[in-house]
Write a protein that binds this ligand. Sequence first.
Ligand code: 13P
Length: 253
Amino acid sequence: MKPVNKLIIANWKMNPQKKTEAEAIFKDISTFVKNIKNTEIIICPPFPYFFIKDKIKGKKLKLGSQDVFYEKEGSHTGEVSASMLKDFGVEYVLVGHSERRSLGDTNDQVNKKILAVIKSKMCPIFCIGESEKDANGFYLSFIKQQITEGLLAVTKSQAKNIIIAYEPIWAIGSNATRVATPAEFTEIRIFIKKILSDLYDIKTASGVRILYGGSVNPLNAESFIKEGGADGLLVGRDSLTPKKFIQIINLAR
Ligand code: 13P
């Protein structure tokens, strides 16, 4: 079987503050990426920096969006539709990031967004993750609910192209209480696969790629892939420092 490429995703969030800085970060990453193998790099910049798409050459680097709105068109001030993203050349869309959920995105809205992304022939990166890992394991039912409600009406053939990113909220950002361990990721990865195989079947579940996100850095990147079995990484802060992001890419492949 042909090995599947590892996915390394840069989520720039609401950074950097200047167009020139965005250009500089992008330039360093794109120069490096030209020669890599077995890895796909996706950059998710804020919308005003989507112009970098014009500078993307080759197949190794792709443009992703940090969010999308689920309605097709019309009076929705401030929103961006899936067809606009598709038309711009976006291939991947983050959906259900915890920072969007904390601003109000519900499982139902996340589900509508996933369906809109699929309909526009892009790939959703479906983000899930609990705010607290409680000793009684309630977080597992929370994750199960996020997945089942998020994938409502998603068919088997659509599900196999979805990417799931497990990002425990407690491990994200500079306020993170700690980083997850590769063993914790393995556990949750198996749990996610079980939910998917119950919802669909084992074959579909085994084809879904599962990524880790939350304080990924050059010191832990390799362990999530090697020991944790992650199909890729979703990187926040360290994707804004080209040197660190390039190190992460190097370690992951
Ligand atoms: P950090 O890597 O900054 O913890 O962010 C993780 C994240 O939320 C990526 O989507």
